[in-house]
Ligand binder design. Structure first.
Ligand code: ADP
Ligand code: ZN
Length: 343
């Protein structure tokens, strides 16, 4: 797990803290075209006088490619980077996944630091060490487990995050309550308005509690032999929705919101859960401005076809994360496809 993890306001201005995370001689800073104008200078100032090169990528998931990975390899070799290099990711999950995969593969692995600037990256993708790029055939198909040496989540960067991205991040926050912590779910219900208005205390609390959940699960099951799969609540549906819609459809967090509601309804249909918790989940997600139903133009059989391709399936059987109630997710290894279609 990450050796250091800090969450609070204005951390990127803390020169001692940030510079201590990256002691190496050669530094590669990776960011994107939306984040660079906002926070790039702040980070570069921390490393003034060191051999730092910054790569600014066009924003968006479509940049998480092998071609961009090759660009980062070239940038590292031009820097003259050796095994003591450090790669820093400043941005959302896209930048983090790509920069992390560069760190994992340069000279078989160098130090990696995450400076997440989206709520989604702070609560989810920056923790746990999954790094990857996409192929035309599917998301995250090429990747490695490579833990960051440090994650510094400066919550003040969330002030500039577009509303839609904030809400999408809240879907993953709700996920932690829904899968394993009914008290946290209650807390999110009570604090929904504060979270939406970007109240600093509420956001810090939500991030800290989410990260604690994720870190605990990852610490017990780093390579997803078992329990880590619970973190995929709603995600088999979500990945199918994202794949069917292609770029320009729902963003990941929105698809996860719909996916969690579908997982909840399927659990009720299969008799695993009492009736109604899916309604409660849908109500909370709606209050957070998230979608809770499939878009009209998606066909159930096409989605099921996509779900069959999911990496989590074992020997051709549909393996889904469902639940017994809010806070009690379970892994169901062999779900009846007709029931999924009916849901
Ligand atoms: P995610 O973190 O949700 O996986 P991205 O890395 O694609 O997704 O980031 C979502 C979008 O938000 C991108 O367009 C990115 O450039 C932008 N972005 C990231 N952080 C900030 C920020 N703090 N302020 C403004 N825009 C940001
Ligand atoms: Zn997710």
């Amino acid at each position: 797990m990450a050796a250091t993890r800090s969450t609070s306001a204005d951390l990127l201005h803390d020169t001692a803290l940030v510079s201590a995370t990256a002691p190496g001689r050669h530094l590669l800073l990776v960011t994107d075209g939306n984040v660079a104008p906002l926070y790039r200078e702040r980070v570069e100032a921390v490393f003034e006088g060191r051999a730092l090169h910054t790569v600014v990528l066009p924003p968006g998931e479509q940049e998480k490619t092998l071609a961009r990975h090759a660009e980062l390899m070239t940038a590292l070799s031009r820097l003259g980077a050796s095994r003591d290099a450090c790669v820093l990711a400043l941005g959302g999950g896209v930048v983090g996944d790509l920069a992390g995969f560069a760190a994992a593969t340069w000279m078989r692995g160098v130090r990696f630091v995450q400076l997440p600037t989206t709520l989604l990256a702070m609560v989810d993708s920056s923790v746990g060490g999954k790094t990857a790029v996409d192929l035309p055939e599917g998301k995250n198909l090429v990747g490695a487990f490579h833990q960051p040496a440090a994650v510094i989540a400066d919550t003040t960067t969330l002030d500039t995050l577009p509303e839609r991205e904030l809400r999408a991040g809240l879907a993953e926050v709700v996920k932690y309550g829904a899968l394993g912590d009914a008290d946290f779910f209650d807390w999110i219900e009570s604090n929904a308005a504060a979270l939406l208005s970007r109240d600093a205390h509420a956001l810090s609390e939500a991030i800290a509690r989410s990260v604690r959940h994720k870190a605990a699960i990852v610490a017990r099951d780093e390579h997803e032999g078992g329990e880590r799969a619970l973190l995929n609540l709603g995600h088999s549906f979500a990945h199918a929705i994202e794949a069917e819609q292609g770029f320009g459809g729902m963003v990941h967090g929105e698809a996860v919101a719909v996916g969690m509601v579908l997982a909840g309804r399927l659990s009720e249909r299969l008799g695993l859960a009492p009736a109604a918790p899916a309604d409660r989940l849908a109500a909370l997600l709606q209050r957070l401005g998230l979608p809770t139903a499939l878009p009209e133009d998606l066909e159930a059989p096409a989605l099921l076809g996509r779900m069959r391709l999911d990496k989590k399936n074992l020997s051709g059987r549909l393996r889904l994360i469902l639940w017994r109630d809010i806070g009690r997710a379970i892994i169901v290894p062999d779900v009846d496809e007709d029931q999924v279609l009916a849901t």
